[in-house]
Design a protein around this ligand. Structure first.
Ligand code: PGA
Length: 257
């Protein structure tokens, strides 16, 4: 199967402008020494996108945004549109649980943003996941199917192939609590099965699926080798260049092509 694993660093709102440039430069220095068959994207806050995209030119690193407004322009104070960032980014996270909660993004809104990004040639990284409460109530499958169905019914075959889906159990984000590799394996299977039902098995195999939630260099291997994820979405550990580099290196080591 000729697909490359993906490692995404979601820097959230953690770094000052100066620190963001420093973290990027330190990571780039380490990446220069090695060649990995891995797509690596870092997602800084909006104000740093331009400067970091400049630094990323002629490197193996690519840049993503953390969210986007669903309209292309207009009277939306405090928002940023896809056409304002499309010159700097090749990826964009959508439907992150922090955004879904804060801005009340529905599944339909997430699908709309996904389509908008695709029309601008930006790869969407669409997050799905259940809350702790839903997990305890054994609602995980129902919640995930709703999120998956809403997404895949809004996309055609070509669009879905260009989309990356990240399973991020909300209770695992930033908590150090994680699902075991079997649980993640089941979710990867669920997503692929749904894609296969709507489209076909070939597409289901080819869409890249990530795991996210408390990923560190010492636990990433199980999600790649054991759970069959095609990569990871990393929050906290991604702002530490050495840790993030180790994660990339371990993904490369454990990914079976
Ligand atoms: P975390 O965040 O790695 O700090 O758990 C993941 C995410 O929110 O994307």
């Amino acid at each position: 199967m000729d697909k490359r694993p993906v490692v995404v660093g979601n820097w959230k709102m953690e770094l000052s402008h100066k620190s963001a440039l420093e973290v990027f430069s330190a990571l780039e220095k380490m990446m220069k020494e090695k060649e990995f068959e891995v797509d690596v994207a870092v997602c800084p806050s909006f104000p740093a996108l331009h400067a970091i995209a400049d630094l990323a030119k002629h490197t193996s690193l690519t840049i993503g945004a953390q969210n986007i407004h669903e309209e292309d322009r207009g009277a939306y104070t405090g928002s940023v549109s896809v056409s304002q960032i499309k010159d700097f980014v090749s990826w964009c996270i959508v439907g992150h649980s922090e955004v879904r909660q804060r801005e009340h993004d529905s599944d339909e809104m997430v699908a709309m943003k996904t389509r908008l990004l695709l029309t601008h040639g930006i790869t969407p990284i669409v997050c799905i996941g259940e809350t702790q409460e839903q997990r305890f109530d054994e609602q995980t499958t129902r919640v995930l199917l709703q999120q998956i169905d809403s997404l895949i019914s809004a996309l055609d075959r070509v669009s879905l192939l260009k989309t990356v889906i990240a399973y991020e159990p909300i209770w695992a984000i930033g908590t150090g609590e994680m699902p075991d590799s079997n649980e993640v394996y089941e979710v990867m299977l669920l997503i692929r099965k749904r894609i296969s039902q709507k489209f076909d098995g070939d597409l289901a195999d080819r869409v890249r699926l990530l795991y996210g939630g408390s990923v560190k260099s010492d636990n990433v291997g199980q999600y790649i080798a054991g759970a069959g994820a095609d990569g990871v979405l990393v929050g906290g550990a991604s702002i530490h260049p050495r840790d993030f580099f180790e994660i990339i290196s371990n993904v490369s080591k454990h990914y079976a092509r």
